[in-house]
Design a protein around this ligand. Structure first.
Ligand code: PGA
Length: 250
């Protein structure tokens, strides 16, 4: 279990230059004791480097599966690293479903992250149909195992993002999240993965208290709500809960 709770934003292709304005106004106290990053489109990385406050790290939403070479349009892990990116989301369900990314490709991207000292955040998640079919735990385990490929005993965060909860405005229920993250926790131990477990899928300032209270949830990956100062409100709630727990366990 990581020492600090994690909050990650994913701006997807939904941001513009004006989105940066709210980030400038975020307050450090809101993020006290948290690891925070925002994954933004690569073209904005250098701008983000200038305007992001020091307590928000730079993230990418994807990277090339290749190290370097004649791959027009691709952006490599090394390039991102050189430009100040520290975290990379890999295997997001939108990449998997809209761009046909399979587990093998995700495992290659994982290799690129690890080889370039980028912290990977690996997304797994089942579709609504898969959940209805009942074998979603096996599906998720398989997705994790194949996305890891050969990699074991590594530093990585795993985000559980049920596809049916993404972007819809209603997060998964606490029992649904709790069941899966308990499995993820034991798989991570089995493969020697050192890192946190994030939940993602319509996380908001309303649902965050419930989500962060779930055993084995170490943080959240936030899409829509990271486009406004709601991101700061979510961080503040996580930070307050985490420090209250620390005091109670002393
Ligand atoms: P959402 O997106 O918070 O808008 O549901 C989460 C994600 O896709 O990472």
């Amino acid at each position: 279990m990581p020492a600090r709770k994690i909050i990650a934003g994913n701006w997807k292709m939904n941001c513009s230059i004006t989105t940066f304005e709210y980030v400038r106004n975020l307050r450090e106290e809101q993020f006290a004791g948290l690891d925070a990053f925002i994954a933004l489109p690569d073209v904005y990385v250098s701008h983000a480097r200038d305007v992001f406050p020091g307590f928000i790290s730079l993230g990418a939403q994807d990277i090339s599966r290749y190290e370097e070479g004649a791959y027009t349009g691709e952006v490599s892990a090394r390039m991102l690293r050189e430009c100040g990116v520290s975290h990379v989301i890999i295997g997001h369900s939108e990449r998997r479903t809209l761009f046909n990314e399979d587990n093998r490709t995700v495992s290659e991207k994982l290799s690129r992250c690890l080889g370039n000292s980028l912290r990977p955040v690996l997304c797994i998640g089942e579709s609504a149909n898969c959940r209805k079919g009942g074998n979603y735990i096996d599906f998720l385990h398989n997705q994790l195992r194949e996305s890891l490929g050969e990699h074991k005993n590594i530093g990585i965060d795993v985000a559980y993002e049920p596809v049916w909860a993404i972007g819809g405005g209603r997060s998964a229920g606490p029992e649904e999240i709790a069941e899966v993250v308990e499995h993820v926790h034991s798989w991570m131990a089995q493969y020697g993965l050192r890192g946190g477990i994030l939940y993602g899928g319509s996380a908001s300032s309303e649902s965050i208290d419930e989500i962060i209270g779930i055993r084995f949830v170490d943080g959240v990956l936030v899409g829509n709500a990271s486009l406004t100062d709601e991101f700061g409100m979510i961080a503040e709630k996580i930070s307050t809960t985490a420090s209250a727990r620390e005091i109670n366990t002393k």
